[in-house]
Each structure stands twice: as structure tokens, then as C-alpha cells.
Design a protein around this ligand. Structure first.
Ligand code: FAD
Length: 298
């Protein structure tokens, strides 16, 4: 019976969840509650972000190793090139490997707050592709990298961005997770362009459930993601109405993932912002249910 149920699960989408390292005890409590709530959905991995200037280094490390050691989940730390020489970054990776961590999300990172132009560390990895090569020289990590259906703000052209992604995959990355986006067509066009450029790795859409519209809007402006008028319109007038906002946010994200699913997308990455509720509901709508409950029902 369990065998039957497991084979049913094979057709379901694969999901992963992203968290950020909490700043205080209350936030840490919320984080662990969210991890516990989402764990039965059996994500492929859960990732933990890394502060732009390496400032969360110890906290990222702490959360990731706890997830890896104390849960059945696969933990994947984010690691960036910012503010450290190559050897220091590779030491972090060696330490992760020694702690049983086998998956890293490898990024260049954004310039630290207060600076605008990216300047590589003189002894550091300059770009994500260099970090991927470095990590592969340490051990055979599974590696996810970032990509941008709407070009990265620093990218000279869409073609350059595709070539950059291809270099990261050719250097050993296993999949690319996209920056968040709200226009499904933009993602589908980008996926076609990747295929035409000979990129065979999966392009996993990064889904951002909108917890707070103004905060999302600021993030979108910083990272070059467009916010369609229809989306702003849906959240108009809800600044003081958290309950309705949550319902609208769930509806928007569920429409988005179901549309992507119709177009053959089978893997989704959720920017949870350390909250389980919306991601859980969206997964439910996708057919991603707690594995034990599903096995018992089967
Ligand atoms: P790269 O792939 O190195 O590209 C960066 C830019 O440089 C691109 O415009 C590219 O075209 C250009 N470029 C590449 N090679 C060259 C070259 N040789 N010469 C000139 N230009 C070049 N940031 C964090 O700080 N911490 C995180 O935990 C984090 N997690 C993220 C997770 C996801 C899924 C995503 C999508 C982004 C994340 N970011 C994170 C943000 C990311 O660090 C920034 O978007 C950063 O500006 C670019 O990182 P990258 O890995 O895409 O860089």
C-alpha cells in the first residue's frame, strides 16, 4: 500500500523552501514553527540565505547545520562571493561538507548596503560561475544558482545573462532558481530562450507569496522584477486589512503556480520569508500534500 502511495507521489511537483536567518529569539521561534509545518511536504531541499556582506555567516551556518542534523530535511546554505578571499569561502564549504551538507546555493551576492557598484574582493571569487568552480573543486556538491527571467539590473543584455547562466551550468550547477516574477509569460519565454541556448538544467520558478505589498514592491525595484498594474490593483486599499491581503496573496500565487503547472513546470522554489502559511496553501493547491497523510489515505 505504501508502495502504491509513493508511486502516486512521483507525479506530484517537487518543491523547495527558502528561509532567512532569524535576528532574534522570537523570529527564530517563527522560523522553526514554519520549518516544522512545511517539513511533511517533503521538499527536495530547504535553503537558508546569506547576508549580502557575509554578515549572517554564523547565523546561516547555525540554522543550516541544525536543520541538517535535527530533521530529515536536506539543508542547502546560500553562499556568496562577497567580502572574503577565495580560501575563506572554500573553508566554509569544507566545513559544510564535514557537517553532512551536500547542497549549496551559489551566488555572487549583492554589493553591501551603502554601496552601489559591485567590486570583487581582490583575492575573492569575482562571479558566481567562479564560486561554482571553486565549490566543485572542494567536493561534489549539488549546486543551485540564481537566474533572472527579467534581466539582472547589472546585466549588459539578455544574451549576456543567458551566456552567464550557461557558464554556471557548464561549471557544474544542477539547476537555476529564478528571481521572483509575476508575469507567467515572462518566465515561459525565458525558459524557451534557455532551451534554445542549450541549457538543459531545470529552470525553477522562484515564487514569492506576497506577505506585504509595499515591502515586495521595494524588493522588486531593487532586483529589477516588474510589478504588473493588475497586481498593484488587487492589493489597493488593503494596507490595513491583513486578513483580506492574505486571501488575495494566496489567490494570486495559486493562479500563478497553476498556470505554470499547465505549461509543464514541475519544480517550484518558494521564498517563504520564514512564514509557512501561504507556501503551505499554495503547495496544497498544487497537489503537494503531507506525505504521511497521503500514504495513509492511499
Ligand atoms: P552572477 O551570476 O555572478 O551575475 C551577476 C551579474 O554579473 C549579472 O548581471 C551577470 O550578467 C554579470 N556578470 C557575470 N559574469 C560577468 C563577467 N565576467 N563580467 C561582467 N559581468 C558579469 N544575495 C545574497 O546576498 N544572499 C543570498 O542568500 C541570495 N540568495 C538568492 C537566491 C536566489 C534564488 C536569487 C535569484 C538571488 C539571490 N541573491 C542573494 C541575490 C543575488 O546575490 C544577486 O542577484 C546578485 O546581484 C547576483 O548574483 P548571481 O549569483 O546571479 O551573480
Amino acid at each position: 500500500q505504501i508502495g502504491n502511495s509513493l508511486s502516486k507521489l512521483r507525479g506530484r511537483p517537487t518543491v523547495s523552501f527558502e528561509f532567512f536567518p532569524p535576528k532574534d529569539e522570537a523570529m527564530e521561534k517563527t522560523l522553526w514553527e514554519s520549518v516544522e509545518r512545511l517539513a511533511p511536504l517533503q521538499p527536495r531541499f530547504v535553503s537558508v540565505t546569506y547576508g549580502a556582506d557575509g554578515s549572517t555567516r554564523a547565523r546561516t551556518h547555525n540554522i543550516v547545520t541544525k536543520v541538517q542534523k535535527n530533521t530529515a530535511l536536506t539543508a542547502a546554505p546560500h553562499l556568496t562571493c562577497i567580502g572574503a578571499p577565495r580560501e575563506a569561502i572554500l573553508d566554509i564549504a569544507r566545513d559544510y561538507w564535514a557537517n553532512g551538507i551536500r547542497h549549496i546555493v551559489a551566488l555572487r551576492g549583492d554589493p553591501p548596503q551603502g554601496t552601489t557598484k559591485y567590486v570583487p574582493h581582490p583575492q575573492g571569487f569575482a562571479y558566481a560561475v567562479d564560486l561554482v568552480k571553486g565549490l566543485k573543486s572542494v567536493a561534489n556538491f549539488e549546486i543551485s544558482v540564481a537566474t533572472y527571467p527579467e534581466p539582472h539590473p547589472e546585466s549588459p543584455s539578455a544574451a549576456f545573462e543567458l551566456a552567464n547562466l550557461k557558464s554556471k551550468i557548464d561549471a557544474g550547477a544542477d539547476r537555476a532558481i529564478t528571481q521572483f516574477f509575476f508575469d507567467t509569460e515572462v518566465f515561459l519565454r525565458f525558459r524557451d530562450q534557455c532551451a534554445a541556448a542549450g541549457i538543459k538544467a531545470s529552470i525553477v520558478p522562484g515564487i514569492l507569496p506576497i506577505t506585504r505589498f509595499p515591502q515586495m514592491f521595494r524588493m522588486a525595484q531593487r532586483c529589477g522584477a516588474s510589478v504588473p498594474d493588475w497586481l498593484s490593483h488587487r492589493f489597493d486599499g488593503l494596507d490595513d486589512d491583513a486578513d483580506t491581503r492574505r486571501l488575495i496573496a494566496a489567490a494570486v500565487a495559486i493562479e500563478q503556480v497553476q498556470e505554470l503547472q499547465k505549461h509543464g513546470v514541475e519544480e517550484f522554489h518558494f521564498y517563504t520569508l520564514n512564514r509557512a502559511e501561504l507556501s503551505y496553501a499554495i503547495c496544497h493547491a498544487l497537489g503537494v500534500r503531507p506525505v504521511l497523510a497521503q500514504a495513509a489515505a492511499g
